[in-house]
Design a protein around this ligand. Structure first.
Ligand SMILES: Nc1ncnc2c1ncn2[C@@H]1O[C@H](COP(=O)(O)OP(=O)(O)OP(=O)(O)O)[C@@H](O)[C@H]1O
Length: 612
């Protein structure tokens, strides 16, 4: 089982807490057994199983094994002496011993849990960090709507399965086998014959456990996949809540959610039922084995054949044997958890091993600023099978602007996505100052490109942090300056806490125009040499558009811009206009030239009341 190695690695990624957990667990096992064995003289005393006999005071002759024999003899001797003098003192002594053993057992148990908590949470944190970092590096092509929720499910519930597997490893490999070993050694010491009988019966339960484990793995995988689906629908529905309400689609969406949620319930119920069956079957099998032992042991005592088994030994045997069932059950649970975690591990690795298609070359070049031009040469592109861009060719000089217009789906946004290398071209090349885009450092490329899109990407944080956006080197003055250029300063000042106002999830506390102006302020502060404006004003009403357009004009001053717009009025002044249709450039030129041409562009303008 190669996943066992992986779980093992996760467990020992933090060696100190892992080793301390193991040590505390081992001490817990020893004191657990001791707390029960110490009980035996107490029983003997109450039920007068043995009359006090004369014992010789033991001597410790050194050595590890002898130490345990010495402790046992010393305890028996002390007990015996006390019983002879005053049985009530003996009773008190036994009670104190048992309580002390119980106390220590639980101290060690808590010690183990203490370190185990640290370990499991650290592993969960690391895994989530890794997944998040990977998610940030994954190419955009990875993120279809379906995958967003799926990724969230993996970061959430699959990681939790790994957490359980880490605990399972600690229990399965160290605690429970040790507990079983200690118990078996004690059993053999007490009565080899009875031990032999119990061992004939135990493998039956082992077989049953392994069968349950196997079927558990299958249903667990289906369950995790279904969890992903539930998360996907949840994500989709919450993001689209406005539209859902507006279209009165709540019953439809709710029905869809209920459907997948019901299936999840059925799958998880199956998993739990199988999982819960193993301890139940275990206990029943254990009890059956125990009754068989009581039968055989009882007959041995009744026959008193050759004094091989006394009453006290028999009681001890049964108590210790009952202790054997717990770790066996523990192993069953741990094996179940490992089986359940295996598909989760696969799902996590699937993400971690996903190829990062957009890679930076070794010795990638610096890009400080755009010096002369961006040159797009014979670029074709396809997302999957069909080309959505064909032979695109244009040059964008420094300080100039190019506008892309065309019907929906003609490929405008795709062209814009190629510049920051969100996708790489399928054919052809893009050059910046004569150097292929792919030769630059990705970080530098992104530093030089500012994007303002239709949907402002804002975070549930303060206005100030949304403008600074991860940059710690900026002063408050420069943030205010950027906000002023973006025509955002005056409305920010009127907010409850000014620049320290938290703007709600995705900036929900702000109007569309305000959100857009914050996005522009962010771009102003970033001060990129290249600007991509993708329908930056199309979601706004006329009044907001006027203000935002003013802000954009400020932003575009002295920058090289690629503008995508549906409203022709916003691109009339562009240095060149490219008209796209079905992924191809069908017309190009300045506004007046294209109007004079009387083609698609002139038609589009005509539809919007622009005739010259
Ligand atoms: N992630 C994607 N995976 C597969 N196909 C895509 C993807 N994104 C866009 N497309 C397809 O590529 C083509 C061009 O889309 P693009 O978004 O570039 O057009 P657009 O001109 O910007 O449209 P709009 O004006 O509606 O935003 C369309 O046919 C679209 O269906």
């Amino acid at each position: 089982m190669k996943s066992l190695v992986a779980f093992y690695k996760y467990t020992f990624s933090y060696k100190v807490p892992a080793i301390l957990t193991i040590i505390y667990n081992l001490l817990y096992v020893i004191f657990n057994l001791l707390s029960l064995v110490l009980f035996i003289p107490f029983l003997q005393l109450i039920f007068k199983v043995n009359d006090a006999v004369s014992l010789v005071k033991p001597n410790y002759s050194g050595g590890f094994i002898n130490f345990f024999t010495y402790c046992k003899d010393w305890y028996n001797y002390t007990m015996n002496e006390m019983v002879k003098e005053n049985p009530k003192d003996a009773l008190l002594f036994v009670c104190i011993s048992v309580v002390s053993a119980f106390f220590l057992k639980n101290v060690f148990r808590y010690g183990a849990v203490w370190h185990q908590s640290q370990l499991r949470m650290a592993v969960v944190r690391d895994l989530r960090d890794q997944l998040f970092a990977k998610a940030m590096r994954l190419p955009l092509s990875f993120y279809t709507e379906q995958r967003k929720g799926d990724l969230m499910a993996r970061i959430n519930s699959d990681v939790r399965e790994i957490e359980l597997a880490v605990i399972a490893i600690l229990e399965l490999v160290f605690r429970e086998p040790f507990a079983i070993l200690v118990s078996i050694a004690s059993l053999i010491y007490i009565s080899p014959q009875l031990t032999l009988i119990s061992f004939v019966l135990l493998p039956i339960s082992a077989f049953v456990i392994s069968r349950i484990g196997k079927s558990l793995k299958k249903t667990a995988k289906a369950g995790q996949e279904q969890t992903s689906l539930v998360f996907s629908i949840l994500e989709e529905s919450i993001s689209g809540i406005k539209v859902i309400k507006a279209f009165n689609a709540i019953p439809f969406i709710t029905k869809r959610f209920k459907g997948v949620n019901l299936r999840l319930q059925q799958l998880n119920t199956g998993t739990f039922r199988r999982g819960d069956l193993s301890p139940i079957l275990n206990e029943f099998l254990g009890a059956t084995v125990m009754i068989c032992l009581v039968w055989f042991g009882g007959i041995m005592i009744l026959d008193d054949s050759d004094g091989m088994l006394g009453g006290a030994e028999f009681i001890t045997f049964i108590i210790v044997f009952s202790q054997l069932l717990r770790p066996i059950q523990g192993i069953a649970t741990a094996v179940g958890n490992l089986n359940k975690a295996e598909p989760s591990l696969d799902r996590i690795n699937e993400i971690l091993n996903t190829e990062e298609v957009i890679l930076e070359q070794e010795n990638a070049k610096d890009l400080n600023t755009l010096k002369s031009e961006i040159s797009v040469e014979n670029v074709s592109f396809k997302y999957k099978d069909e080309f959505v861009l064909k032979n695109i060719h244009f040059k964008l000089q420094r300080g100039k602007s190019i506008a892309l217009v065309g019907e929906s789906g003609s490929g405008k946004s795709t062209i814009a996505d190629l510049l920051p290398r969100f996708y790489d071209v399928t054919e052809g090349s893009i050059f910046i100052d004569g150097i292929n885009l792919k030769e630059f450092k990705l970080e530098d490329l992104h530093k030089n490109i500012g994007i303002v899109s239709q949907e402002s990407i804002l975070f549930n944080d303060t206005v100030r942090n949304n403008i600074a956006f991860g940059r710690e080197d900026v002063t408050m003055e420069s943030i205010i300056q950027a906000a002023k250029i973006a025509h955002a300063h005056s409305f920010i000042e009127q907010l409850e806490n000014g620049y320290d106002t938290v703007i709600g999830e995705r900036g929900n506390k702000l109007s569309g125009g305000q959100k857009q102006r914050l996005s522009i302020a962010r771009a102003v502060l970033k001060d990129p040499s290249i600007l991509i404006l993708d329908e930056a004003t199309s979601a706004l009403d006329t009044e907001s558009e006027r203000i935002v357009q003013g802000a954009l004009d400020e932003l575009m001053k002295d920058r090289t811009s690629l503008i995508i717009a549906h409203r022709m009025s916003t691109i009339i002044n562009a240095d060149e206009i490219l008209v796209l249709s079905k992924g191809q450039i069908i017309e190009r030129g300045k506004h007046q030239e294209l109007i004079a041409l009387g083609g698609t562009y002139a038609n589009l303008c005509g539809l919007q009341g622009i005739f010259q």
